[in-house]
Design a protein around this ligand. Structure first.
Ligand SMILES: Nc1nc2c(c(=O)[nH]1)N[C@H]1C(S)=C(S)[C@@H](COP(=O)(O)OP(=O)(O)OC[C@H]3O[C@@H](n4cnc5c(=O)[nH]c(N)nc54)[C@H](O)[C@@H]3O)O[C@H]1N2
Ligand SMILES: Nc1nc2c(c(=O)[nH]1)N[C@H]1C(S)=C(S)[C@@H](COP(=O)(O)OP(=O)(O)OC[C@H]3O[C@@H](n4cnc5c(=O)[nH]c(N)nc54)[C@H](O)[C@@H]3O)O[C@H]1N2
Ligand code: SF4
Ligand SMILES: [Mo]
Length: 863
């Protein structure tokens, strides 16, 4: 058996260390790396099930030329030749600003560095932006305004040393689960207080000492109110800060407790409790994420938090820091190399000195001299014909950009689109003239930087399949063919790493915190063996900041009024993530275990709103915004505020006919950062009644049936489609074989099973008004010998359904858990673990178990 390889998780910005052992051709055994400082051996559900996502199904294994459908396999030489020729021709005819790259926080630092160097130093435009624009750019802008450089001051150890944790717009329990576990462990030990600020009562909020379900977009007011309170209480010291004239006078106005509570739509007593907790605990970490960033006031929201920490001295000390947490595995590395259109490279901007330095270092013939187009503007420019050649790497903008239908039109109209991806068919690659097969997680080799600035190696465990190649290689080969071979003559990622390290140190002399000079001479062996290492240390411990006068700056920010509700769009749509899916599901969607947590895209709505609108729990509804509309399954959620809806971002054309959240958000952006305000879009919800509902399961794969509601769910050995429609059944999705049928016209029920060689190959069950059996048993029968009895849809004899899966690792369902709590009188999460195993592996479901327990306790108390 192969020895395990030390690498890092493919997913979130926690950056957990993973031990991956190859077992057979394309299979991996996954464990948390006990030596990695981010996770000390822990993994969440997504990390735990990485092994289920490394198969070759759906992979892009060869370059393809021609738009989807007409895509023809081509050699690398031909594909690279075409890409370089079309880019060179376009630049010659229309200038460097007529081309663009749109890249991703899921590239490795080496990939990112090479792409940035090609665009900004050689093509001569800064039209390279990244999906981090949709994710981190408001935090980047806020930190740059306050500190003079985009530096995250905090470390994970601060979360454990704090006495008070304030989570603002972060569903940590689902989105950064291992950090959440670390926080919970520290809390157990030292009684850390936890405040969660989020309009929704998430599982994160459920575990908190105080949850403030504020009015969406009112974070600036709340944080300003807290700072005004601190000023009144004598808790601020601005003697070492740079403070604009009139800062405190302006803050003193309109920030009394009552005005703040009213403006945030919160009970004044809760706001007071928050203020008192903050005043009482100087070791405070305020962690903020997309609830702050993805707002039309995201940069101001970030600065309101930074002001608070700077003015109360809660920064640069153990357990006291603001903490903008990153989303993607290498969002931070992308910022370091300069992958945003608004930075040049290595934390430098576009001053003449910066441009001259970087040009000299790269021996660059065409250094960019001004910022390029930010993501939303970039796709707008493509739609208007100003971008004529576009290369998209490791991101799926046809789904993840706001107003995605407009983005699709722009892609369709763009004369030349290149997509580098690991999957053959994504909603974006459908529009590509050239598709380039990239090496995937487990095959690629390089570095990533996590939320606490810790650089870790990702290492290859599996061989490159087909013609797949690392992204840095692909970009370098294009650069070479465009005539810049000398500057892109890389043979190993270590060469790129050393160059990046040298650039960060080049003419730095303490001007920028980012200085990787110590790595400039790393040998290839040392690079291969590189242990996780943090850059920057505790950068602000001495109170010096990378600003001209060495002082951090308080930035005056005011709460902008919310837009008046639009008459036809009375509700507000909030969007975000599910615990067990990653973005557009191109990888996590392959895992049957991960599919179990939330199989379908739900729109969550407050029960009172649902009653008023006439939408029923479990029914379908049409969610519409001025940008578009899509069907969703309705879930009543009393953790939603009245008037607000929540929908997940994960489903695509490939995975569902409904649930298409990407089509809905408006493309307005924050004025400082250009980050879209994904969390607040005017919307409305209407009930939809369809004639029948059902499901289809089959061995192997099949295209998504083209009916109003069809959702693809990965199951072992095949696929499950959840269905609803009006007209004909999607019988074309059934494979050939021996068909057996049963129907009950009174209920409008039809059941079809298909046998191949006596074994169950597929089943289609639909009903107009009746019940459908749980899917588990039938799924487990795929490939088993059966006769007509299989049409019963359940095992002979009475069988309890285990209900929706709560613990994905040990496959434990809600009904099983509730039954055990009642019959065995289980009183806490460890007791559930001891009885059923649930929550004992990765631990991601522990917040859900706590919630179920609380519900049971409530029921007992009431009845
Ligand atoms: N399971 C999973 N984990 C992930 C990802 C994934 O796809 N799946 N993606 C990763 C990435 S790239 C990112 S960026 C992170 C994102 O991690 P998070 O930011 O934690 O996730 P989101 O669900 O986008 O949004 C967080 C919360 O912001 C709240 N919110 C909405 N509006 C407001 C507001 O006005 N004020 C406040 N205070 N809160 C508000 C939402 O209700 C939501 O609960 O997750 C990372 N981790
Ligand atoms: N409505 C709404 N929209 C959002 C958000 C939201 O909260 N609400 N969040 C935004 C945020 S924070 C983010 S980060 C984005 C994420 O959105 P995207 O970046 O569009 O989502 P992913 O599905 O992660 O896309 C990554 C793509 O890269 C491919 N890929 C994976 N590994 C590699 C590799 O090594 N090389 C190459 N070349 N390709 C690879 C995958 O197959 C996939 O197609 O979504 C944004 N969009
Ligand atoms: S918390 Fe989960 S998804 Fe994030 S890096 Fe760790 S294992 Fe991966
Ligand atoms: Mo993100």
């Amino acid at each position: 058996m192969d020895a395990p390889v030390r690498t890092t998780c493919a997913y979130c910005g926690v950056g957990c260390g993973v031990l991956a052992r190859r077992i057979g051709d394309r299979a991996l055994e996954i464990a948390g790396d006990p030596q990695h400082p981010a996770n000390s051996g822990r993994l969440c559900s997504k990390g735990t099930h990485l092994g289920e996502t490394v198969g070759l199904e759906g992979r892009l294994l060869h370059p393809l030329i021609g738009r989807a459908g007409a895509g023809k396999r081509a050699s690398w030489d031909k594909a690279l030749g075409l890409v370089s020729k079309r880019f060179a021709d376009t630049i010659r005819q229309h200038g460097p600003d007529s081309v663009a790259f749109y890249v991703s926080g899921q590239l490795l630092t080496e990939d990112y560095y090479v792409a940035n160097k090609l665009m900004k130093g050689f093509i001569g435009s800064a039209n390279i932006d990244t999906n981090s624009r949709l994710c981190m750019s408001s935090a980047v802008a806020a930190q740059t305004r306050a500190f003079g450089e985009d530096v995250v001051p905090a470390s994970y150890a601060d979360l454990e040393a704090a006495d008070l944790l304030v989570l603002v717009g972060s569903n940590t329990a689902w989105c950064h689960p291992v950090l959440y576990q670390r926080m919970m462990a520290a809390r157990e030990e030292r009684g850390t207080k936890l405040v969660v600020i989020d309009p929704r009562r998430t599982e994160t909020a459920e575990g908190a000492d105080l949850h403030l379900p504020l009015k969406p977009g009112s974070d600036v007011l709340l944080m300003n109110g807290l700072l005004a309170h601190c000023a009144r209480e004598g808790l601020v010291d601005d003697s070492v800060l740079s403070v604009p004239d009139g800062f405190w006078e302006a803050l003193a106005k309109g920030h009394d407790l009552w005005s703040v509570a009213k403006g945030c739509d919160l009970p004044p007593a809760d706001v007071q409790r928050f203020f008192d907790l903050f005043a009482a605990h100087s070791r405070t970490v305020t962690m903020f994420s997309q609830g702050v960033n993805q707002s039309l006031r995201g940069t101001d929201g970030g600065n309101a938090i930074l002001n608070l920490h700077l003015a109360t001295g809660r920064i640069g000390r153990p357990g006291a820091s603001p903490f903008s947490i990153t989303g993607q595995p290498n969002a931070m590395g992308g910022r370091e190399v300069g992958g945003l259109a608004t930075t040049l490279a290595a934390h430098r901007g576009f001053t003449p000195d910066d441009c001259a330095d970087v040009a000299r270092f790269w021996a660059a013939p065409n250094i960019a001299s001004k910022p390029g187009l930010k993501a939303v503007d970039l796709f707008r420019a493509a739609g208007e014909g100003r971008i004529k050649a576009l290369w998209i790497m490791a991101t799926n903008p046809a789904v993840s950009m706001p107003d995605a239908a407009r983005v699709r039109e722009a892609l369709a109209d763009c004369p030349f689109v290149v997509v580098s991806d690991v999957m053959a068919e994504t909603d974006t690659s459908l529009h590509a003239h050239v598709r380039l097969p990239a090496a995937a997680w487990g095959e690629k080799d390089g570095t990533v930087t996590n939320s606490e600035r810790r650089i870790s190696r990702q290492r290859a465990v599996l061989p490159l399949p087909g013609a797949a190649r690392p992204d840095w290689w692909i970009v370098s080969e294009v650069a070479r063919r465009m005539g810049w071979g000398d500057a892109f003559a890389y043979n190993h990622p270590a060469e790129i790493w050393r160059e990046h390290a040298r650039l960060t140190a080049y003419r730095n002399a303490g001007a920028r915190v980012l200085d990787l000079g110590a790595h400039a001479a790393l040998t290839n062996r040392a690079y291969d063996a590189l242990a996780p290492v943090r850059w920057g240390g505790e950068p602000f411990a001495a109170g010096r900041y990378p600003t001209p006068d060495g002082r951090a700056r308080l930035v005056p920010v005011v709460q902008r009024e919310a837009d008046a509700p639009l008459p036809r769009w009375p509700m507000v749509l909030n969007t975000g993530r599910y615990r067990d899916q990653w973005h557009t599901m191109t990888r996590t969607g392959l895992s049957p275990k991960l599919a179990r947590h939330r199989e379908e895209p739900l729109v969550e709505v407050h029960p009172d709103d649902a009653a008023a609108l006439g939408v029923a729990d479990g029914g379908l509804a049409r969610l519409a915004t001025p940008q578009g509309a899509s069907l969703f399954r309705v879930a009543l959620a009393d953790g939603q505020r009245r008037g607000e809806l929540f929908a997940p971002i994960h489903w695509t054309d490939h995975t569902a006919t409904g649930g298409r959240t990407g089509l809905l958000p408006r493309d307005g952006t924050d004025p400082h950062s250009g980050q879209p305000g994904f969390k607040q879009t005017p919307a409305r919800l209407e009930p939809v009644a369809l004639g029948w509902r059902g499901f289809l399961i089959r061995r192997g794969d099949a295209p998504l049936p083209a009916i109003p509601w069809a959702v693809r769910v990965a199951v072992p050995g095949g696929v499950l489609f959840e269905l609803a429609g009006d007209g004909d059944l999607p019988e074309a999705s059934l494979p050939a074989g021996h068909r057996m049928e049963a129907s009950d016209p009174a209920r409008g029920t039809r059941r079809i099973a298909v046998l191949q060689d006596g074994r169950l190959a597929a089943a289609l069950f639909v009903t107009a008004t009746g019940e459908l059996p749980p899917r588990d048993w039938l799924v487990a029968q795929l490939g088993a010998e059966h006769g007509p009895l299989v049409l019963a849809g359940r095992a002979p004899g009475r069988q309890e359904s285990r209900g929706p899966v709560v613990c994905a690792c040990l496959d434990v369902g809600l009904h099983t858990i509730v039954a055990a709590i009642r019959s065995q009188q289980l009183v806490d999460v460890p007791a559930i673990g001891a009885a059923l195993g649930a929550g004992t592996n990765c631990g991601s479901c522990r917040p859900a178990l706590a919630r179920i327990l609380a519900g049971q306790t409530l029921e007992t108390a009431h009845g």
